[in-house]
Design a protein. Structure first.
Length: 149
């Protein structure tokens, strides 16, 4: 496996991020087009609109919402687990809990910092209000995380 660093740490799953997303958007576009087509052709009967446009459009909207929410839910759970892990790591290193001024995105970014850079980066993140991206760029010796979905 390639050494993980700032440039390659993002993980994309082609079947999910590209195929599923693209297919959901195409289904939505086709359903919207069919609904507009039905309305423009004068098919104002409710049953015609239901089967040619409204139901497929609703299904497409549900698919897109499922795509977005499944990603959000998984990420939120992982953020909570990472916060607990990093709080525990900080406690082991310092005997104290993480500073509550750290945001969840900062804590998630700090997981890539090795122990010898961890405390210094926390201080810098708080004092300079560093973004997650800035924290990741400041890490000198990247600690890989291959388990994030």
């Amino acid at each position: 496996m390639e050494q993980q660093n700032y440039a390659n740490h993002r993980r994309l799953v082609p079947g999910f991020h590209f195929f599923t997303a693209l297919l959901s958007v195409l289904i939505f576009a086709f359903a919207a087009w069919k609904l507009v087509q039905a309305i423009m052709s004068g098919q104002w009967m409710f049953s015609d609109l239901m089967y040619t446009g409204i139901i497929p459009l609703c299904i497409a909207i549900v698919l897109i919402m499922l795509f977005v929410y499944t990603r959000q839910f998984a990420t939120k759970v992982q953020d909570r687990a990472i916060r607990a892990e990093e709080n525990f790591r900080h406690y082991i290193l310092t005997g104290k809990q993480l500073d509550p001024r750290l945001t969840i995105s900062q804590i998630v970014a700090l997981r890539f910092a090795p122990d010898d850079e961890f405390k210094e980066l926390i201080t810098e993140a708080i004092e300079k209000n560093l973004s997650a991206d800035d924290i990741k760029k400041a890490i000198k010796n990247w600690k890989a995380d291959h388990h994030r979905a």
